[in-house]
Ligand binder design. Structure first.
Ligand code: GLV
Length: 331
């Protein structure tokens, strides 16, 4: 009997991603502190036929050079900016992600940030815990309204659309800026596609939903923030480096915009100096997709992509479809 193919998993994931693979592959899961140390990643992946990785693993040219047996890298995330796609394609390795299954959970976190920053929820909670609520006051903890305001969506893909859809209850005007038109959003929500400049100028809540690429790196910097309303809030649940974090910290310190709600950072898990002292920012530790069901689904899709590959089929969500790995090319 030929030996079973080897699957290496770089972090403990939900069982939904592992159990379908058990009968078909030898599986090893890294269980030390995360992220997995680089050298160990190279050693383990070099002996594997398939790798299931997470967004803190650097999958670059040196990685592919070290791993000639790999046919697939299955990312347990929708974003894959940690993976050098061109190097993967040159190496003939399929890269897959987990689109669709984390849309609603991530949109919920964008809204959690919108609500929490505008109504000062985190600040109010600490006032309560520290005994700061001594009497009801007409001008205590004043926040900003959401109802009837303008929601700006930067990147109207799956998650951006889901964030926009949630605005119906608040009767918001929806503007969006996106590479392609989104006819459903225009029809369902009377959303208007605008240029980037107008999005910056008119949004009361500007929510970022773009992938991180060379083109989107620091797309929002000091100049762009300067064009926003002084009463506006910036929300980021996409990728940190899309915003120039140093420029954002300065703008928040100088109260040039009203506030920011962040789930992602430029140098995760590090925070830009000054960020954590700000009262007009709410900071979450990249929990956009972190619900039990969503993480089960992400693991399931990541596992299924590998299963397809091991069965000689095309994985479900390939992000470099130009690759025709030997297993398929020769069949
Ligand atoms: C999470 O950030 C993801 O890209 O899935």
């Amino acid at each position: 009997m030929p030996p079973k193919p080897r699957v290496y998993i770089t972090a403990p994931i939900m069982e939904t991603g592992i159990s379908p693979l058990r009968s078909r592959a030898g599986i090893e899961v890294y269980s030390g502190p995360l992220p997995m140390p680089r050298q160990m990643l190279l050693d383990k992946a070099s002996k594997a036929d398939a790798l299931l990785c997470i967004l803190s693993d650097q999958i670059d040219q040196a990685f592919f050079d070290a791993c000639p047996n790999l046919g697939i890298v299955s990312q347990h995330a929708v974003g894959y900016n940690n993976i050098d796609l061109a190097a993967a394609s040159r190496a003939g390795v399929w890269i897959t992600n987990t689109p669709g299954v984390l849309t609603e959970a991530t949109a919920d976190v964008a809204w959690a940030l919108i609500l929490a920053i505008s109504r000062r929820v985190v600040e109010a909670d600490s006032v309560m815990r520290s005994g700061g609520y001594t009497t009801w006051e007409p001008q205590f903890m004043l926040g900003a309204d959401i109802y009837g305001k303008t929601l700006g969506i930067l990147g109207a893909g799956r998650i951006g659309s889901a964030v926009a859809r949630r605005s119906v209850g608040w009767r918001m005007k929806v503007l969006y800026h996106s590479r392609s038109q989104n006819p459903e959003m225009e029809k369902e929500l009377q959303a208007t596609r605008v240029d980037f400049s107008r999005l910056l100028q008119e949004s009361d809540f500007l929510s970022v939903h773009l992938p991180l690429t060379k083109d989107t790196h620091h797309l929002i910097g000091a100049e762009e923030i300067a064009r926003m309303k002084s009463t506006a809030f910036l929300i980021n649940t996409a990728r940190g480096p899309i915003i120039d974090e140093a420029a954002l910290v300065t703008a928040l310190q100088e109260i040039r915009i009203a506030g920011a709600g962040l789930d992602v950072y430029e140098n995760e898990p590090k925070m830009m100096p000054g960020l954590k002292e700000l009262e007009n920012a709410i900071l979450l530790p990249h929990i956009g997709s972190s619900t039990i069901h969503t993480r089960e689904e992400m693991a399931r899709v990541a596992g299924e992509n590998i299963l397809c590959y091991l069965q000689g089929k095309r994985p479900l969500s390939i992000v470099n479809p130009e690759v025709l790995p030997p297993a398929i090319a020769s069949s």
